[in-house]
Design a protein around this ligand. Structure first.
Ligand SMILES: C[S@@+](CC[C@H](N)C(=O)[O-])C[C@H]1O[C@@H](n2cnc3c(N)ncnc32)[C@H](O)[C@@H]1O
Length: 484
């Protein structure tokens, strides 16, 4: 009989064997792509994140932490989307993970038509309101917003109807703020739809700053003043409803009237008629992509959710509650998302589209991916994963992405590019080169790998990972794939 220590040693050796095989396969693939890797100083962290949008008119309104910047899209379009001329043959750029629409608006400003797919109502609402505000013809709409701001209509006596609260959003606001939200929402009901839309959007933009919560990656972090959390977290100043909404309305008015904003890259486009049309398709790209026409897109610029356990449905719960998404709907949205949380169950991909047997076969035959999946399943059996859903999430992330890539390949015109921003990840001591694995999948589907641009400063690990496995850095990359 083997002693406990003996069993531990066997397991440890087995883990090490897995890890060294993963390392070897990873190195082989890295060498295979060695002439494609390029450090790209022009793509710094600021430009590949929302930070780059912070002072740009229109883009600065809603801080979507997972967004990239308009500048990044602009430089990718200029380099990889054939032309930048306005009034071109109305070719379309696609973003299957549109978020709040950075690709769509930037491409539109550059004269391209743009089509985006977004699953979450928060992103959909932001895109729709942005389309509305960027195309306002009727000055009375902005006059009405100014009237709201000047007279602070929410502070008048009046109805204060309850708004939807989800179990995960209870006690999110100080009492006075909650009352003002109710008054504001009751008061906007008497406005015309355009004014209602802008006012509701302005409220969505400030929810985090007036709440006891902070969006912290994987979930919503609760300030101890909420009475919900046993922890000691203090998010610092919580803005009053009035200061937050006044400031937001100010910015919206300034940007729409093109007043007072920092000069931005698109300022030359004062003639708004030169902009391309924007179209948002609501739902999961896994469902929608198969219905899009073949070879109809001039370029694809996107950033999928990273394989990092971030749960957008929880992080954006305050916004979804306000948009009347109920608990059941929120759970279904969580399941419909590209698998990036430990709760995602396996999707029946072949039922969605039987043509995806190709993408699935490619994943089945990819040694590095299979070794990682086997290792994580082994760690799960050994009960050594932080969460047993990690193995399933990693597997499904790549299989679903393979299907997305297969569809993107189909809908893209020949000789055109797909540009993808994404991060590598690490679980149970195994570095998972998302850049290499997705690029190999893309190549097996038919793309030529043009470049894998690596951001100069690599991202560190979570502190937990560093304690256990020592510090190593994870690449953040932009992959450029060309349809042959
Ligand atoms: C990294 S963010 C993209 C941000 C975007 N580049 C921007 O600048 O706003 C990924 C987006 O994919 C969306 N998403 C996740 N799963 C999806 C799916 N199955 N179909 C469509 N969108 C999905 C998420 O809601 C999120 O908004």
């Amino acid at each position: 009989m083997i002693s406990k220590i003996g069993q531990f040693k066997i397991a440890e050796n087995k883990s090490e064997r897995y890890l060294s095989r993963i390392k070897k396969l990873d190195l082989e693939l890295k060498n295979y792509y060695s002439n494609k890797f390029k450090i790209a100083p022009e793509f710094d962290r600021k430009i590949v994140s929302f930070q780059g949008n912070k002072n740009i008119a229109f883009y600065r309104w809603y801080k979507y932490k997972e967004a990239f910047s308009a500048k990044l899209v602009e430089s990718l379009v200029r380099k990889y989307c054939g032309h930048t001329s306005l009034n071109s043959n109305s070719k379309i750029i696609l973003d299957p993970f549109a978020g709040i629409g950075t690709t769509l608006f930037s491409c539109s400003e550059l004269g391209f038509e743009a089509q985006g797919i977004e699953l979450l109502p928060v992103g959909q609402n932001i895109i729709e309101t942005n389309i509305l505000t960027r195309n306002i013809q009727d000055k009375s709409i902005i006059d009405r917003i100014k009237h709201w701001q000047k007279n602070r209509l929410w502070n008048k006596e009046g109805e204060a109807e309850d708004f939807q609260v989800l179990p995960i959003t209870e006690n999110a606001y100080p009492q006075e703020t909650e009352y003002k939200i109710k008054r504001y929402l009751s008061e906007i009901k008497s406005e015309i739809p355009e004014v209602q839309g802008i006012l509701l959007f302005a409220l969505l933009c400030i929810l985090e700053s007036i709440s006891y919560t902070r969006k912290d990656g994987q979930y919503l972090r609760w300030d101890r003043r909420s009475g919900r959390s046993r922890g000691n977290f203090n998010k610092g100043k919580i803005l009053s409803f009035d200061e937050a909404i006044m400031d937001k309305l100010d910015k919206i008015i300034q940007d729409v009237l093109l007043e007072d904003t920092e000069p931005n890259i698109f300022k030359y486009l004062d003639n708004r008629e030169d902009k391309g049309e924007i179209n948002i398709l609501k739902g999961s790209c896994l469902d929608i992509l198969p219905s899009l026409p073949t070879e109809a897109y001039e370029g694809i610029i996107t950033s999928p959710p990273y394989c990092n356990r971030y749960d957008y449905t929880r992080t954006y719960a305050l916004e979804h509650a306000l948009l009347n998404v109920n608990n059941k709907e929120l759970s279904s949205l969580r399941q419909a998302m590209l698998s990036c949380t430990v709760e995602n169950k396996e999707k029946d991909l072949l039922t969605v589209n039987s043509n995806w047997s190709k993408a699935i076969y490619i994943c089945d035959c990819l040694p590095l991916l299979q070794e990682i999946i086997n290792y994580l399943n082994y760690k799960k059996e050994q009960k050594e994963l932080n969460n047993k859903g990690i193995a399933r999430m990693v597997k499904n992330y790549f299989y679903e992405m393979a299907c997305v890539i297969q569809e993107c390949y189909r809908v893209l015109e020949k000789e055109k590019f797909m540009c993808v921003a994404n991060d590598n990840v690490r679980y149970a001591g195994a570095s998972i080169s998302v850049d290499l694995i997705l690029s190999k999948i893309a190549e097996d589907i038919g793309f030529e790998i043009e470049n894998i641009f690596v951001l100069p400063k690599a991202k560190g690990n979570s502190s937990q990972q560093m304690d256990r496995h020592g510090k190593t850095s994870l690449r953040k990359c932009i992959y450029i794939w060309k349809k042959k």
